[in-house]
Structures are given as C-alpha cells and as structure tokens.
Design a protein around this ligand. Structure first.
Ligand SMILES: [Zn+2]
Length: 276
C-alpha cells in the first residue's frame, strides 16, 4: 500500500503533464495514437514528418492517417484516441511498411499484420501472394506507392484485391493538383542504382534496349526501395481509385487541433476509399 502511494506521488507530476484528464482541446491537444498529451507547439505539430509526440514519437502524417482510418472504421467521422477505442480482434488489417509508432498501436486493437517489401512478412503489391487476397477489412499504405515500380493502375487494383467488399484503404502519397501523374522514369524496365550518396545515378535499360542515365535522384528515408518514382496528380489518383473498384473516396483535409492534426498545406493529406 505504502509502495503504491509512493509510486503514485512519484509519477503524479509526469502524468499530470501528459495524461489528459478530460476531453482534449486545441489548447491541450492529445496524441490520438498513444493517448498522451502533446506538448509541442502548433508549428511543430503541423510539420508532416517531424516527430512531435514526446511519448510515442508520432508525426502529423502518422496521427492524420490513423485518425482517417479510425474515423472511417467507426463510420461516424469522429476522431478518437486509438487507446480508448475497444479492441476489435475480428477486424483484419494489413500495413505496407508502416512505422512502428502506429503499427504496434494498430496491432493492439485489431488483427493487424505489418508487411514489408524486403523482409518477412513480405508483400509485393505488384503481385500480392494469393493468401492475402480478399482477406482484409483495412489496408494502410503510407508514402509507399510513389516507390512502387510499374503501372499505377495495376498497383491500385492490387490494393483493392487485398480488401473484402466494404473494406477501407487508408492512403497517403505525395501528390499535387496538376492534371496527370508525373512519372520521373516512364521507361523504367531493368535498372540499377550506381554510386553513393548525392552522386547516385539511376541506370535504366528500356524495353527496347536503350540505356538511360538519371542523376538528381530523390530518395525518401527508410529501408528497402525508397527512390521516388512519381508525383501523383490528385485528380488522376481519384480517377484511378474509382477505376480500381473504390468508392467513397475522401480527402481528409479537416484540421483536428485537439488531436494535434493541423495541416498547413493541402498536399500529402490522408485519403480513404472503400472497396466497392
Ligand atoms: Zn503519441
């Protein structure tokens, strides 16, 4: 008993700073992934790739895609802390190289499997293994599709194929509002990366045997294949999602300052779509 009070008093200061006592507000925002208070200022919380939760390390992108997915799964558009929603182990989800920050949180709530391009459990979205098809209530794909070789139509059709009818795709990709998707290397066929660091060169041999060399490559962080191959056009992406068999395509542009979701730009926001 004494030990309990001792520990309680010891940790009181910490918990008072980070544990929300009631509903979060814009002034006292809470991380929707770990449920602890966000203490970073708004200009830090609104950085897409900056780790701005001192407890779990979530970024704006992580909080926003989890909020988009959770609000679609709950079906009422309301954002809630993942820690506060009931466990639903009958809901099956799959991630594509999801960050541990939210992958572990999803694992605790759902029957969720994170997959990778280069290590087990593997998923090659260009040709997903048969045992993945039609299995899932949700798929998370965050900043992955810009790295996937081959036709974007086929990739989106394969994402649809992973889902049960009515399943939810939660997606982020770099996009602009230009008319058509910009493919940096439209004739990519057999290619390799030569050199190191900023001097890396992409050497490609096209289908008809021509050699091409590209410099000024754009790599994103992380393991596996992180060369940026394209910048999606948002209108193009919406059209392709429709053609791939998705409906209810939604851009989650609303701010939720109480959950540390503050967007300074309309680029790269989460998109959700339902498998028709
Ligand atoms: Zn957090």
């Amino acid at each position: 008993m004494y030990l309990f009070h001792f520990l309680k008093n010891l940790t009181k200061g910490f918990y008072h700073r980070v544990l929300p006592s009631n509903t979060p507000t814009a002034e006292k925002p809470v991380c929707n992934i770990c449920g602890f208070r966000l203490t970073a200022p708004p200009d830090v919380l609104s950085e897409r790739e900056m780790r701005s939760c001192a407890v779990c390390g979530s970024t704006l992108r992580f909080r926003a895609i989890v909020a988009a997915l959770q609000s679609e799964l709950d079906g009422d558009g309301q954002v809630r802390a993942l820690t506060r929603i009931p466990r639903r182990k009958h809901v099956k989800g799959i991630g594509m190289s999801d960050a541990g920050v939210y992958a572990f949180a999803l694992q605790r709530k759902f029957d969720y499997l994170n997959t990778f391009y280069h290590i087990e459990p593997m998923l090659d979205i260009r040709s997903p293994a048969r045992h993945y098809l039609g299995q899932f209530d949700f798929v998370v794909s965050s900043d992955v599709l810009e790295h996937v070789e081959g036709s974007t139509d086929r990739t989106l059709a394969n994402l649809r194929a992973l889902l049960k009818t009515g399943g939810i795709l939660a997606l982020t990709v770099p996009y602009g509002f230009h008319e058509t998707t910009i493919e940096h290397y439209p004739d990519l066929h057999q290619f390799r990366i030569e050199g190191e660091g900023a001097g890396r060169v992409l050497v490609n041999v096209t289908k008809d045997g021509r050699e091409q060399r590209f410099t000024n490559l754009c790599f994103h962080g992380g393991d596996g294949s992180t060369l940026e191959l394209r910048i999606y056009s948002y209108p193009d992406l919406v059209r392709q999602l429709g053609e791939a068999g998705f409906t209810d395509i939604r851009l989650h542009a609303a701010d939720h300052p109480e959950w540390g979701i503050i967007h300074r730009t309309k680029l790269g926001l989460p998109i959700t779509a339902k498998a028709a």
